[in-house]
Design a binder for this molecule. Structure first.
Ligand SMILES: CC(C)(COP(=O)(O)OP(=O)(O)OC[C@H]1O[C@@H](n2cnc3c(N)ncnc32)[C@H](O)[C@@H]1OP(=O)(O)O)[C@@H](O)C(=O)NCCC(=O)NCCS
Length: 183
């Protein structure tokens, strides 16, 4: 499975990605922005197990995850996916992280749009949600650029190191995405 964008392509994670993902996801620029942060650092073993489970997660419509590859360099630059899938509602939550040296260069937008196009056109999703921490301005800007709409705040939703943090909720429907994608 290969999903081709303009600057990147997406492919399923494989065993040989485990060391790289473990190193990148634990970076101080990425991990604190993900909800898994409260469980602490991700171990290589966690990553190997996560990769092993991918095919069964897809079959169960639990989550669908991809590694993002830069088309020019062939380098792995991040991961993205659809998780917390509610198949009965054709609804899922988007997640993405990109290695810092690729921030602000357009690959992240290309990756998330490629994932959304696949979700809406091929997998029959009707709407996607995204949930940045309230303080994650970079992610909020990124999400708004895709056309996602703010729909509310889950107040003090996360307890991290004894302090509560709120979560912003954004969403987009297939119709809204198609209108924005044609711009
Ligand atoms: C979220 C992420 C994928 C976005 O990728 P990106 O390439 O940085 O995104 P974009 O360049 O499209 O947009 C980021 C915007 O935030 C702005 N920005 C970056 N750092 C910022 C900061 N500290 N404060 C305010 N704005 C900031 C950028 O200038 C840009 O806005 P602009 O296009 O108006 O100039 C990437 O930053 C990332 O992987 N972050 C760590 C993990 C993460 O937060 N994932 C999302 C969890 S919900």
């Amino acid at each position: 499975m290969k999903l081709i964008g303009e600057k990147i392509y997406l492919r399923y994670p494989k065993r040989s990605d485990a060391e790289w993902i473990t190193k990148e996801i634990n970076s101080k620029d990425i991990l604190p922005k993900l909800f898994i942060f409260k469980r602490g650092k991700v171990s290589l073993n966690d990553e190997i197990n996560w990769i092993k489970k991918q095919s069964s997660l897809r079959k169960k419509w639990d989550s669908i995850n991809f590694v993002i590859i830069d088309q020019n360099t062939g380098e792995r630059i991040g991961c993205c996916g659809i998780h917390s899938i509610k198949r009965e509602d054709n609804y899922g939550e988007l997640g993405i992280w990109i290695t810092k040296k690729y921030w602000g260069k357009g690959q992240s937008l290309d990756a998330i749009k490629t994932l959304m196009r696949h979700g809406f056109e091929k997998l029959n999703f009707h709407a996607f949600k995204a949930s940045p921490y309230e303080w994650n301005i970079q992610s909020k800007k990124h999400i708004e650029k895709i056309g996602m709409k703010y729909e509310g705040t889950l107040r003090d939703r996360h307890l991290i190191n004894g302090k509560y943090y709120s979560e912003f909720s954004y969403s987009i429907t297939k119709e809204e995405f198609n209108a924005k994608d044609r711009d």
